[in-house]
Each structure stands twice: as structure tokens, then as C-alpha cells.
Design a binder for this molecule. Structure first.
Ligand code: CU
Length: 351
């Protein structure tokens, strides 16, 4: 049963990039804002401020979101397998899928096909006018019972180990509560002053009226991410930290899924589900609600950005939160920092 569950999970994840691909044709939004635009419509707010900078928003500046990588963290046109995995669990699961399950499935399928062809040709009625009356063969029966048992054992051992790893999280450095709503996500950071914010899909420029554009309503640019995956507010986490994710919902069942993390957890009203991930590589990773939740189910994407500890602290401050007293894992921060640059300098295009 557990093996079946793992396989189904792998199959579902394998299908998800294709699904997202189908709805992500190349679109070119007129780049009204340059690559690396600041969030929350900041550029459009600037023109009026010819007078000295207002001191109102002196608290902490919003951080600059990183632009997505060209081929990591989201579906890519032409790809047909699992997304590149950026968590240890994901890498192990990908190995399980690519190097254990697929070869075994392929070998069994080919063997059965050859057996059927052989029987069709060799034992056809024309060539055997008098059918054989053989009904038992002990050796063959022992073989075809034992061989499948051995195959199942070979699959079960790594599969159960992998499952255990997914459901036995290490001690968390950070807890984030993720709440599904029709049709957006709410994120809560209880460890950082319990601040909360909503994350909505960014509309395409073509979806806005001229008036809305003139008023500076925010729309998606390539720096925000691919069409149907870019959001206004990202879930930001420190790279190298074990993130515990508490998942629930306010209205109907949703599902929090980020394919590059191998994370998928149902968001059920009145229930707290728990999952976790640890991303060492800074970058932006996209996901989608993965439980049919109503008419705009396809329009409540997820964007997780893994950043250095310093940038995370800056982001927390910009949200009005605070960092917990002691630095949690300085080693992880040190490991994460050198790699922090490339993500920001990638070409800002998903196409
Ligand atoms: Cu949903």
C-alpha cells in the first residue's frame, strides 16, 4: 500500500509539469517595469514624489525579489519528466522514480509484451490443431510467484525509507502556517512576530483596463515569474533552514504543492496538516494548488523564495515581524550566502 502511494505520488508529480505547461504559452508582456522590479507596485508610486522623500515609510524597505531561474523551480517548455529537485528528499524521490521504478516498470512491460507476442504466434490455433492438455508446472508456478515477491521487496525497501524521511522531519528552524482560501494563499509566520499576509496571482497586463494600468495596478513581468505562477507576495524562507509547514484551509480543501521540493500537502478546513522542506539553494520555486477547489483553482499559484539569512531578516522586518532572539543555524547561513548572487542575475525570462 505504501509502495502504491509512493508510486501514485511520483506519477502525480510527473504529470504536474505537463499540466502547467499546457496552460503556460509564451507570453510577452510589454515590460513596463524593468527586470528585477520591486514588489507591490513600487515603481509606479515614484513619479509623484518630486518633493523630498516622505518619511512615512521609513521603517524598513521591501526587499527586492529575485528573478526566477531559467530552468529550475517551474515547468519549462519541452521538458517531460520531474522538475529538477532542490531538496534532499526530492533528490531521493527522483532517484526512486527515475532509477528504480521506471526501469522495473519498463522491463516488466517489455517482458509481458514479448510473452504475449510469443504466445500469439507460437500457440495459434492454426499451428496447434490439437491443443496441449498440460495444466500444471510446479517449477513455473514457483518462479512466477517468487519473482514478483522479490521485485516488490526491492521496491519496498527504498520506498518505505523515503516515506519515513518525508514524515519524520528534523527539528524545525522555522514554522510557516499556510492557509488555503478560495482562491489565494495566506501565510503566517508565528516564529517571527506572527505576521500574516495574502498572496495573490499577478494579472497579465492585457487583463487590466487602461485606467487600472494608469493608476499603477500591478501586473506580471518576467521578473515576477511565468504566467499563471507569478504572485504579488512570495513565501520567503531562509536557505538551508528546516522549514516546518503547517497547512490548513478556510473554506474548501486545497493542496499546497511545490514540485521542486517534492512537497504536496492537502489543506483541509479544521485540520492542521504538517510537512517540511529544506532548500539549500537560494532561488524562486513555483507551485500550484493541487486539489480541485472551485472555479479559480488554476489561479492560486505558490511562489517560495529561498534567500540568505540576512535577506530573510530584512524581509521579516519589512513585514513588521522580528527575528527570534538567537541565530538558529549560523552554519546554514554561511553555506547559503555565496550562492545567493546568481539567482538575482539570471535572465528574467521563463520562456
Ligand atoms: Cu485551491
Amino acid at each position: 500500500m505504501k509502495t502504491l502511494k509512493t508510486f501514485l505520488m511520483a506519477a502525480t508529480l510527473a504529470a504536474s509539469p505537463a499540466l502547467a505547461l499546457a496552460q503556460a504559452p509564451a507570453t510577452t508582456t510589454a515590460a513596463a517595469t524593468p527586470a528585477g522590479a520591486t514588489p507591490a507596485g513600487a515603481p509606479s508610486a515614484a513619479p509623484a514624489a518630486a518633493t523630498p522623500a516622505p518619511a512615512a515609510k521609513a521603517a524598513a524597505p521591501d526587499i527586492q525579489y529575485a528573478a526566477p531561474d531559467r530552468d529550475i523551480g517551474h515547468p519549462v517548455p519541452g521538458s517531460w519528466s520531474l522538475q529538477p529537485q532542490v531538496t534532499e528528499v526530492g533528490q531521493e524521490a527522483r532517484w526512486m522514480h527515475d532509477d528504480v521504478l521506471m526501469p522495473i516498470i519498463t522491463a516488466i512491460t517489455i517482458l509481458v509484451l514479448l510473452l504475449i507476442l510469443w504466445v500469439i504466434v507460437r500457440y495459434r490455433a492454426k499451428a496447434n490443431p490439437v491443443p496441449s492438455r498440460t495444466s500444471h508446472n510446479t517449477l513455473i508456478e514457483v518462479i512466477w510467484t517468487l519473482v514478483p515477491v522479490i521485485i516488490l521487496l526491492v521496491i519496498a525497501v527504498p520506498s518505505i525509507k523515503l516515506l519515513a524521511k518525508q514524515y519524520a522531519p528534523p527539528k524545525a528552524d522555522l514554522t510557516v502556517k499556510v492557509i488555503g482560501n478560495q482562491w489565494y494563499w495566506t501565510y503566517e509566520y508565528p516564529d517571527n512576530g506572527d505576521f500574516t499576509f495574502d498572496s495573490n496571482i499577478l494579472p497579465e497586463k492585457a487583463q487590466l483596463t487602461a485606467d487600472e494600468v494608469a493608476k499603477g495596478k500591478r501586473f506580471r513581468t518576467d521578473a515576477d515569474g511565468p504566467r499563471l505562477l507569478a504572485v504579488d507576495e512570495r513565501m520567503v524562507v531562509p536557505a538551508g533552514a528546516v522549514v516546518k509547514v503547517i497547512v490548513t484551509a478556510n473554506d474548501v480543501i486545497h493542496s499546497f504543492a511545490v514540485p521542486a521540493f517534492w512537497t504536496k500537502m492537502d489543506a483541509v478546513p479544521g485540520r492542521l496538516n504538517e510537512t517540511w522542506f529544506k532548500v539549500d539553494r537560494p532561488g524562486v520555486y513555483y507551485g500550484q494548488c493541487s486539489e480541485l477547489c472551485g472555479i479559480k483553482h488554476g489561479f492560486m499559484p505558490i511562489a517560495v523564495e529561498a534567500v540568505s539569512r540576512e535577506k530573510f531578516a530584512q524581509w521579516v522586518a519589512s513585514k513588521g515581524g522580528k527575528m527570534p532572539g538567537a541565530p538558529a543555524t549560523p552554519a546554514a547561513a554561511a553555506a547559503a550566502t555565496p550562492a545567493a548572487q546568481p539567482a538575482a542575475t539570471q535572465p528574467a525570462s521563463a520562456n
